[in-house]
Design a protein around this ligand. Structure first.
Ligand code: CS2
Length: 490
């Protein structure tokens, strides 16, 4: 028997025990526009908002996709409803989320979306547009004025394509109408994501017009640290969720039990009571961001490149290899933790929880998924930690192995000689560099480390960095990833 499509009309006839919205969705009004309505947002912020709408229905979310209309196509027939399925060793636990009122496709509904963003009831515009969506230089955090979307948006300010362009046009419309600005809340894995977004958006606004640039300086850009592991949904996941809830969901979101959200409390235009639903409101998010980026994401990227090269498809599989576990444990304990300043936080406990989360056998998190966009991720995940350690004269063995594994990975050829589908905004440039370098580790190092948008201008020439990465690269080429990991952990 085929199941009916998930929709508001059939909420009452889902299988017993399935969590559904505990508020009247008809009374919910939009207060938030979210740019980049991908899986992460739907597993994270949208769930916190779902938890608070019963108390305050003025914070419904209108989601927008800037690139592909696929989320809209999946959610529109479902009236915005979708399932999050939390997976642990005991099974899969589905719950239907109702906080997303509708989804707009920025490509076909740009003007309506900009008008909505400019309307007074929208008080927060949040973003998960991934690292590359900021159109910035990841090494410096500055707007990349040569980015094709930035060039386009400066030439066509009223029909922007990029996230900075959308934000500035919506703010310009508010300014013109005499409406106070919304608060911009970045929920991407960038260091000082609020400040970074502010630097990029104010620069873009100033390039459009000096007055607008000044006005945009008054906009609030709180920083946040977001955390929840969200593997891409597969067809098998869709089938499992459909049979668990008794309705067909075109795009359920699979995730883990853990969730964390640390938010800088700076919302002059008002905010939902995130603290009532598990959000941690703080003055300074930066220490939390560093902790998460350097420990969780630094480990993730290292496991992704070394794991993929070693033939492991999923993170839980990587965690089944004791040498890899020792490497990651050491990377966090010996190399990342000493660079963090977190009074009152038990970093050893945080590390152990991370190792447990990485081990989650039910979460099919692909190494290939995490390996994506390394050029945008490496600076905040590994290179910042490396810089701090080099400055203090401390060893960088394990961190440098993560960097070497990335260099080996972006050659686009695996250890069996098969092609790797390298997804990265700089993939073509990197593949050309590695084609020139062949399998010469020194040439590969020199080519890739000259990408200043990743390495800045200081690291490539640092003798310790250079020697350590090249030594690892030689081993990766000669012995392969598994043998290299085994050797490094002794
Ligand atoms: C991952 C992150 O894909 C990746 O790069 O490292 O998405 C990670 O799962 C999240 O940051 C966890 O909060």
């Amino acid at each position: 028997m085929t199941s009916p499509r998930l929709s508001p009309a059939i909420l009452g006839s889902l299988k017993p025990g399935i969590g559904v919205p505990k508020y009247d969705r008809a009374k919910v009004t939009p207060g938030i526009v979210h740019l980049g309505i991908g899986a992460f947002h739907r597993a994270h912020m949208a769930v916190y908002v779902d938890d608070l709408l019963a108390d305050d229905p003025s914070w419904g979310i209108v989601g927008a996709s800037l690139r592909r209309p696929d989320t809209k196509e999946a959610l529109e027939p479902q009236g915005g409803l979708y399932t999050i399925a939390v997976r642990d060793a005991a099974g899969t636990h589905p719950r239907v989320i109702g906080s997303i009122l509708s989804v707009m496709d920025a490509n076909t509904e740009r003007d309506a979306l900009l008008d909505l963003m400019a309307s007074p009831n929208i008080r927060v515009v949040s973003l998960t547009v991934t690292e590359k969506g900021y159109c910035h230089d990841p090494a410096t955090g500055e707007l990349d004025q040569n980015h094709p979307d930035v060039v386009h948006d400066l030439a066509n300010p009223a029909s922007p394509k990029s996230a900075p362009g959308m934000l500035v046009e919506a703010l310009a419309r508010r300014k013109a109408a005499g409406i106070a600005p919304f608060t911009v809340m970045s929920c991407d894995n960038l260091p000082s994501n609020g400040e970074t977004a502010k630097r990029i958006v104010t620069r873009f606004a100033a390039l459009r017009d000096a007055d607008l640039g000044e006005w945009v300086k008054s906009v609030a850009f709180p920083s946040t640290m977001v955390d929840r592991i969200v593997p891409s949904t597969t067809d098998a996941d869709r089938e499992e969720v459909t049979s668990l809830i008794g309705a067909e969901d075109a795009w359920p979101i699979m995730t883990e039990p853990f969730t964390q959200w640390v938010i800088e409390d700076h919302f002059p235009s008002g905010r939902p009571a995130f603290e009532k639903v598990g959000g941690q409101l703080v003055k300074d998010v930066e220490p939390f961001e560093h902790m998460k980026l350097r420990m969780l994401n630094g480990s993730h990227s290292t496991m992704a490149y070394l794991g993929y090269l070693g033939g492991y498809q999923y993170i839980a599989e990587v965690m089944g290899d004791p040498a890899y576990v020792k490497l990651i444990h050491g990377l966090m304990t010996e190399e990342a933790m000493p660079t963090l300043d977190m009074p009152g936080t038990d970093l050893g406990l945080y590390r152990d929880q991370l190792l447990e989360r990485f081990r989650n056998p039910a979460l099919k998190h692909r190494t290939w998924q995490i390996a994506m966009d390394g050029s945008q991720k490496l600076p905040q995940r590994l290179l910042g930690t490396i810089r701090d350690r080099l400055k203090a004269g401390q060893p960088i063995t394990r961190l440098a192995l993560g960097v070497a594994a990335w260099m080996r990975y972006v050659t686009g050829i695996d250890e069996e000689g098969n092609e790797i589908d390298v997804r990265d905004p700089h993939a073509l440039k990197m593949m050309a560099i590695s084609a020139d370098a062949g399998d010469d580790p020194v040439a590969l190092y020199e080519g890739l480390s000259s990408l200043t948008e990743v390495f800045g201008t200081d690291l490539a020439e640092n003798a310790v960095f250079r020697d350590t990465v090249i030594k690892h690269l030689e081993s990766l080429f000669d012995e392969g990833a598994k043998a290299t990991v085994a050797e490094v952990v002794g």
